[in-house]
Design a protein around this ligand. Structure first.
Ligand SMILES: [Zn+2]
Length: 544
């Protein structure tokens, strides 16, 4: 419940000190500019990221897309010659088939196959293409348009042949690195490569047991993993041009080397100690002699403290979030600070608070407040041709559109003190659209109200009736009918009556909304016709 007093709507514009504590801010430079100054301006830069196309994308998956896109755009803004590639990891083995409703036997035959060769709910598409299209569509709605590359095609076109050869030649060293980083031992005949079984087509079940410099000998093991069954086939095959793949922990550094990546980050599950990033850095340094790309370690996106799961389908989908937030706000939310976990439950007041934070960043961009990194974040998330300027606070928009007979555009001009620009009108219209969505789906019940056409059946105390009666008399004499005037009138009458603020405001809200809380009372009443208000007060005071 929010208090039935003025300014109930949340999201206070706090001080710099409070803000720094709230957001654990200890720096002033935008994170992507920090990366840019470490890079050589004379050299070409490549920002890269990847996504395993093994299931529907939740909003957490979008974080990597947006963070790398923001890094790319910042590098460009800082004058670096930069490309942005995104790898669709379609060569990973299928280890589950969410949403696929096939015969058990068919599913068994698919488990362990590379994603780009496995069936999907759509007969005409591989599982990889099926999920790739979804995530590429969501990323596009989030304003991310990288050069997409399919991992399978990079293998097939020979792009990885050299890094595969080096990895196989250095199998002994790689086994030692595994032991050092993860503590796990690998046998002397272990190689970092998995051929696609020439008999059953699976890649998740094979183990290479020898490398003679030209071919890899392998076995398709029946019980190698618990999510797929191998066929027992033994074979020998050249490891080049897409006949198989490197294990992920070796593939990642191999790929960054082969593509010449200079900036690539990863989510927390990869950057923890003993994780794949630590291992990738060692492999690049010791095996490939390639300088490790600038890292962007980012925290998880959670809902009420819980990490979302791609396979379990918990949380919000990537598509859903692109529908409830304007694209710049989504980008701002995901990328303003990768080092901070994003905890985003759209229910409640999360969205109005996000708008307030975003507006603060615009004021920082305008140098009206001193948050240099936020101002820069604001600038980088914008599309071309943006104009900072007047914005009506989101919570106020949400109130205004529920008021009868209020012209929000006139109200906005009054608040701004001059005519709105075309751009500002567009932004206000956008806020109206998103405020409607918020009110419909996520706003707490207290924020949603409707002025009742007929008098509600309510019980008021004698003192509340006295208060409303006096108010009605004052309103009858009021020549002007503005929110500010009515606001002052309410306070004057409240002072001259022996009534608590709580009782006074709930009397007004009950009379017009049928509930004991609502938006700023003066503003609410000013949005109604004078006679409607005075008649309602008169009648309520004289009811039993
Ligand atoms: Zn097999």
């Amino acid at each position: 419940m929010f208090e039935p007093v003025e300014n109930q709507f949340v999201g206070s514009l706090c001080s710099l000190e409070e803000y720094n504590i709230l957001y654990e801010r200890t720096w002033t430079m935008f994170w992507a500019d920090e990366i840019a100054i470490k890079l050589d301006k004379k050299k070409k830069q490549l920002v890269d990221d990847a996504f395993s196309t093994s299931g529907p994308a939740h909003v957490g998956s979008l974080r990597g897309f947006v963070i790398h896109d923001i890094a790319h755009k910042t590098l460009l803004a800082d004058g670096l010659d930069t490309r942005f590639t995104f790898i669709l990891d379609d060569f990973d083995p299928v280890d589950e088939l969410p949403g696929v409703n096939f015969d058990k036997k068919i599913i068994e035959a698919e488990m362990g196959k590379p994603l780009f060769m496995a069936i999907s709910p759509d007969k005409n598409k591989s599982l990889a293409d099926y999920y790739s299209e979804q995530i590429v569509g969501s990323a596009s709605k989030a304003g991310v348009h990288p050069e997409y590359l399919k991992n399978s095609e990079l293998y097939q076109t020979g792009k990885f042949n050299e890094v595969i050869r080096v990895a196989l030649d250095n199998a002994t060293k790689i086994r030692e690195i595994y032991k050092k980083v993860t503590g796990s031992e690998r046998p002397d005949n272990w190689y970092p490569f998995q051929p696609i079984c020439e008999n059953c087509g699976k890649v998740g079940t094979t183990t290479a047991v020898d490398w003679d410099g030209e071919q890899v000998s392998y076995e398709c093991e029946v019980d190698k993993v618990d999510w797929a069954k191998g066929c027992g086939h033994k074979g020998k095959v050249s490891p080049f041009n897409g006949t198989g793949k490197l294990y992920w922990r070796v593939e990642w550094p191999a790929r960054m080397t082969a593509l010449g990546v200079t900036v690539e980050g990863e989510g927390k599950d990869h950057w923890v100690a003993g994780g794949s990033r630590e291992m990738a850095d060692i492999i690049m340094r010791e095996i490939y002699k390639y300088p490790s790309p600038q890292d962007i370690r980012y925290e998880f996106f959670v809902i009420d403290g819980k990490k979302m799961s791609k396979s379990k389908g918990t949380g919000i989908t990537a598509d859903e979030i692109t529908d409830i937030l304007p694209v710049e706000l989504l980008r701002y939310l995901l990328a303003k600070n990768p080092r901070k976990e994003v905890d985003f439950n759209p229910k409640g007041v999360t969205i109005p608070n996000l708008f307030d934070d975003y507006d603060r960043a615009m004021h920082a961009f305008n140098k009206e407040v001193d948050f240099p990194d936020l101002g820069r974040a604001y600038e980088i998330v914008q599309e071309k041709g943006f104009e900072p300027g007047y914005r009506m606070r989101f919570s106020k928009v949400a109130q205004a559109i529920q008021m009868p007979k209020i012209d929000i555009f006139i109200d906005a001009e009054t608040e701004k003190g001059s005519k709105l620009t075309k751009y500002e009108i567009g932004k206000l219209n956008e806020r109206i659209e998103y405020a409607r969505k918020w009110l419909e789906k996520y706003a707490p019940a207290d924020f949603v109200f409707k002025v009742l056409d007929k008098e509600p059946d309510i019980k008021l105390s004698e003192i509340q009736k006295e208060f409303l009666d006096k108010l009605s008399a004052v309103f009858n004499e009021n020549k002007t009918w503005s929110g500010d005037d009515l606001h002052s009138a309410i306070h004057e009458v409240k002072k001259s009556t022996d009534i608590t603020p709580q009782d006074a405001f709930s009397a007004i809200y009950l009379s017009f909304l049928g509930k004991d809380s609502g938006p700023q009372a003066g503003w609410l009443l000013a949005s109604l016709e004078h006679d409607f208000v005075t008649n309602r007060l008169y009648n309520i005071c004289r009811s039993k």
